[in-house]
Design a protein around this ligand. Sequence first.
Ligand code: 5GP
Length: 196
Amino acid sequence: MRRAPTRGLLIVISGPSGVGKDTLIKRLLELDRNLRYSVSCTTRPARPGEVDGVDYAFVSRERFQQLIDEGAFLEHATYNGNLYGTLTERVERERDAGHDVVLKIEVQGAEQVRAKVPDGVFTFVVPPSVDELVRRQVKRNTETSKDMTARGLIATREMEYASRYDHVVVNDELQRTVAEVLAIIRSARERDIQDK
Ligand code: 5GP
């Protein structure tokens, strides 16, 4: 008889805008075949190059509200005037299949997940310095200057949440940071197996 796969872990990654979460997660997914990325819903307009259903599911405010009313979200939050949310069904399907699911969410959403999934693995990514964060945001060049100022202010507030996470990782050098987060995930898996 085939043994049911062990249920996958929930891995939450937060950090201020521009810290490099996207690149970090992309590398994690390339290096660890058991990881799955949870594509969020958002009301934010797509940036050039972003693909619907891959980077985000881009939805209208009406549709987002409907999903809230249906209780479809594991968590949802407002960030810089737009709504973002994680669909429970997608996460559960992957976890039931034994895959570890990565959520890239901001701090309010992470608080909601912590209340519902206390055994999740919560990691906060910080920049080596605030100057470096600003430099990366400017380099990305996807936001208007008004938007960048707003994101900078949110980033300062978000940094105060770092101590609430299980792990705080400094994104100083991508390869090193990726290795550190992979080690965190692998040790969480081992702990999870031992607990069962
Ligand atoms: P961006 O507009 O730069 O793609 O994302 C803005 C912020 O929203 C980032 O901190 C990102 O991690 C967060 N975010 C993305 N998807 C979700 C989600 O489903 N839920 C929550 N709470 N935050 C999200």
